[in-house]
Write a protein that binds this ligand. Structure first.
Ligand code: C2E
Ligand code: CA
Ligand code: CA
Length: 318
């Protein structure tokens, strides 16, 4: 039961208890002055408890986040991913934001680390998937089959008992073959139990889930994981293209990363693409997909719908 409901029921019970007390005391002919004293003591006690809970007590970020998840304050934004050859939409990455009651959209940097450390990331991701399943059908009308939807999954979620069911529930909300799910995995810490992870990822691939290694080149021993795990796609981190400018033509690390991914027969997505120079350079390198502010920042579902209606050919000079 949502905590909000518990609070309302608690308040109603308190009021009912006070009324009952007063009624019983009146029925036993207790003098009014004593009834008033008792009611004052009760009200003081309740006010003190409420003040302690909501004003004096130190804020507890974990409880706040747990409540935000329950109250659907964690909302999805969608960042388009495009084909590098045509500029057509390939799909979207779903990115979490905390929409506070004051109307602020809080960056994931402020709450995802705590969600991951505490295990709240699993209910949080489930809520995002449920919300995306509600919002995406309206967008799909203008897209080709299959539309690729990426979520950021932690390995703790992937290895949990409910993971395959969570994916099935999401996919079950769409006509068959309409959506293809991508699981972006990221090693903020070294992956544990690599053999078991490999088995789960292979099972997901058998269910037509694409496995993407996120932020390639920034985490722990990425190269090892490329060998050990069944990866379909690598997402090359923005730091590799930050230096891609007209002025700087020094040896490009990104060329090596792209060549290596290709020799391993992996698809390549470049993240954080911001300039037309980067786009043209990377198109010549024949990477597969782009994601970045050059095309669109992460947006809400209604903005995504208008973005989908744009003319893709205007992105490229040739
Ligand atoms: P990420 O998975 O690498 O997501 C890409 C981040 O790069 C997003 O930041 C996106 O807004 C930003 N970005 C995309 N294109 C550009 C660009 O052209 N320039 C620049 N400067 N930035 C760009 P965002 O949305 O703030 O997310 C930050 C990170 O938070 C994500 O990085 C991901 O690691 C994490 N995150 C977000 N949502 C979730 C979630 O639902 N679950 C988990 N586990 N992590 C999430
Ligand atoms: Ca990601
Ligand atoms: Ca990334």
């Amino acid at each position: 039961m949502a905590k909000q409901k518990v609070k309302i029921i608690f308040a109603l019970c308190c009021m009912l208890a006070i009324l009952l007390c007063a009624a019983v005391l009146v029925a036993f002919n207790v003098p009014m002055v004593w009834i008033l004293v008792l009611l004052t003591v009760l009200m003081t006690f309740i006010t003190a408890a409420v003040l302690w809970r909501y004003v004096i007590r130190e804020p507890n970020p974990y409880e706040d986040l747990e409540l935000a998840i329950e109250q659907n304050e964690i909302v999805p934004l969608y960042q388009p991913i495009v084909h590098s050859d045509t500029g057509d939409v390939y799909g979207v990455e779903v990115l979490a934001r905390w929409a506070t009651p004051s109307g602020e959209l809080v960056s994931p940097a402020s709450f995802i680390p705590m969600a991951e450390e505490s295990g709240l990331i699993i209910p949080l991701t489930r809520k995002l998937m449920a919300q995306a399943a509600l919002e995406l059908p309206a967008i799909l009308a203008t897209s080709k089959n299959p539309f690729h939807v990426s979520f950021n999954f932690t390995t703790s979620h992937i290895q949990s008992d409910t993971f395959i069911e969570d994916c099935r529930t999401f996919l079950g909300r769409f006509p068959k073959e309409r959506i293809r799910l991508t699981a972006e995995i990221l090693e903020r810490e070294p992956f544990e139990k690599v053999a078991a992870l490999k088995e789960t990822l292979a099972l997901m691939q058998a269910h037509d889930v694409t496995i993407a290694l996120d932020d390639f080149g920034t985490g722990y021993s990425n190269l090892n994981y490329l060998n050990a795990l069944p990866i379909d796609l690598i997402k090359i981190d923005k730091i590799f293209i930050n230096g891609l400018t007209y002025e700087d033509t020094s040896t490009r690390l990104i060329d090596l990363v792209i060549d290596m991914a290709k020799s391993l027969k992996l698809s390549v997505l470049v993240e954080g693409v911001e300039t037309s120079y980067q786009v043209e350079y990377l198109r010549k390198k024949k990477v597969d997909y782009f994601q970045g502010y050059f095309f669109s920042p992460p947006v809400r579902a209604d903005e995504l719908a208008s973005w989908m209606a744009r003319d893709a050919t205007t992105y490229f000079t040739k």
